[in-house]
Write a protein that binds this ligand. Structure first.
Ligand SMILES: Cc1cc2nc3c(=O)[nH]c(=O)nc-3n(C[C@H](O)[C@H](O)[C@H](O)COP(=O)(O)OP(=O)(O)OC[C@H]3O[C@@H](n4cnc5c(N)ncnc54)[C@H](O)[C@@H]3O)c2cc1C
Length: 435
């Protein structure tokens, strides 16, 4: 078998690159393989790349809050400001404004989690919301409806009661460049990357993994193989024959994100991310004076589970549905004639919490099921995966004794068993992209 590496990572998305960097820093010789022509060209490229500290669980929120500090001190994380000839991404730390609604229990549980983590926020009255976002209508339209519902766009008697502005939040406007930054840092740590290299077989030597076979027939040896294949994770797990023993599995979910011109009166100087379960959407400003509109997957919208190699890459009526929902908040937005934005896939687990774990095949690991919400966490996910892989290869039983992981900026430690493939479905989850 040609060439051997300490670890092969299938995927050069943000998760695969971050794991490569973390293993490289431990002195491992790592090779990332990607079927696409460059790093970050998979589902990461379509990410809205919103950074926010609130999830529905304490451990999920802790990891997300910690990630804010990685983005804030990006050059430090990468190991220098000059690692990438293309320059570094910018973190727009503008905050995230979440509407208080019946669906989120007026954010009482979320604020309680933020209090436990000491993550800063401010409560805003409807007047203060309109001051920050002058174009925003603070009526309530709950529950979320589809435009063919006769009640669509008809406001309830009771308007919104307010919102919460979470300060450790914002967005990265170029998720592909963020991945390129990490890939270059990984290369500085000795990592190798090969593109247009599709893995078609996970090779075994007896009961252990021993490498991969590429589509062109080439074999590459390694005692460690990591599945970081994003929405293709289930296909790669099937190659390794590890799926049937997993309690939590993954599948690909189609998503549309609309980009529309900023409405008149939208103030970029006070603008921020918005999350609005009253109308089932999140928004953020986008480069080129655009507003980006993503769905929070309200119950009235069907889920479109797809084969990641065979799905509709054109916009559907869902694009218009999302724009019309924002028009409830911002009537002067209107629906543009030209559809712009992104059609991409989430890799979703049953409880919308990722799997960062070993598998039942010794040497084969999983960093999958990122469920539309792990861009922000990728640097930490990479470090966590590197620790899990190192400990397991050194003889630790990750299932019986999951390692603890310390979040250095916020001083919180959690058990990696939270992300186990063998967990019971986490009933504390929002069961949505909010995690
Ligand atoms: C529309 C959208 C909006 C999102 N918004 C946010 C957000 O606001 N905030 C947030 O935190 N997260 C968000 N996410 C989620 C986040 O972007 C993902 O969790 C993250 O990018 C996943 O990274 P990845 O590396 O696991 O996957 P990918 O980027 O998909 O990388 C996997 C790579 O594996 C490669 N691959 C697959 N199969 C093979 C094979 N057989 N051989 C070789 N290579 C293979 C693929 O080509 C791909 O490049 C969003 C996701 C989407 C789709």
């Amino acid at each position: 078998m040609a060439k051997t590496f300490d670890a092969i990572i299938i995927g050069a998305g943000i998760i695969g690159c971050a794991t490569s960097l973390a293993l490289g820093r431990k002195g491992w010789k790592v090779l990332n393989l990607d079927r696409l022509p460059a790093a970050g060209y998979g589902s990461t490229s379509g990410s809205c790349a919103i950074i926010r500290p609130y999830y529905s669980t304490l451990d999920g929120s802790a990891m997300a809050y910690e990630s804010h500090f990685y983005w804030k001190h990006w050059a430090e994380y990468l190991g220098g400001a000059d690692v990438d000839e293309r320059g570094l991404i910018e973190y727009h730390n503008v905050g995230s404004l979440v509407m208080k609604t019946e669906a989120n229990d007026y954010l009482r549980p979320t604020m309680a989690l933020m209090d436990r983590l000491d993550s800063p926020y401010s409560e805003l009255s409807p007047d203060e919301i309109r001051e920050k976002l002058p174009v925003w209508n603070t009526e309530s339209f709950y529950p979320v409806k589809r435009p063919d519902d006769p009640q669509f766009g008809v406001a309830n008697d009771q308007p919104l009661t307010g919102a919460v502005l979470f300060h450790a939040a914002g967005y990265i406007s170029d998720p592909q460049l963020a991945t390129h930054n990490i890939m270059r840092a990984a290369e500085h740590s000795g990592g190798k990357f090969r593109y247009n290299a599709k893995v078609v077989e996970i090779r075994r030597d007896g009961e252990r993994v021993c490498g991969v076979t590429l589509e062109n027939g080439e074999t590459i040896g390694s005692p460690v193989v990591l599945n970081a294949a994003g929405p293709h994770s289930s296909k790669v797990n099937q190659m390794a024959d590890v799926e049937k023993t997993m309690k939590v599995k993954t599948r690909a979910l189609r998503q549309e994100v609309a980009h529309v011109p900023l409405p008149e009166g939208y103030r970029l100087d006070t603008a921020c991310v918005t999350s609005d379960s009253d109308i089932g959407l999140y928004t953020r400003p986008e480069q080129g004076d655009a507003l980006l509109i993503g769905s929070e997957d309200p119950p009235c919208d069907p889920h479109e589970w797809v084969d990641p190699d065979d799905y509709n890459r054109d916009f559907s009526d869902q694009w218009r549905v999302q724009v019309l929902r924002v028009c409830q908040r911002v009537p002067r937005l209107g629906v543009p004639n030209r559809m712009r934005g992104v059609v991409e896939l989430y890799d979703v687990t049953e409880d919308w919490i990722p799997i960062y774990d070993r598998s039942d095949l010794p040497g084969f690991y999983l960093a999958i099921g990122t469920s539309g919400n792990q861009f922000k966490n990728a640097p930490i996910a990479g470090e966590l995966m590197a620790d899990i892989i190192e400990a397991t290869q050194n003889g630790n039983d990750q299932d019986a004794n999951p390692i603890d992981f310390h979040l250095k900026h916020i001083g919180h430690t959690f058990s990696s068993g939270f992300y186990s493939r063998l967990r019971e479905v986490n009933q504390d989850s929002s069961f949505s992209v909010l995690g």
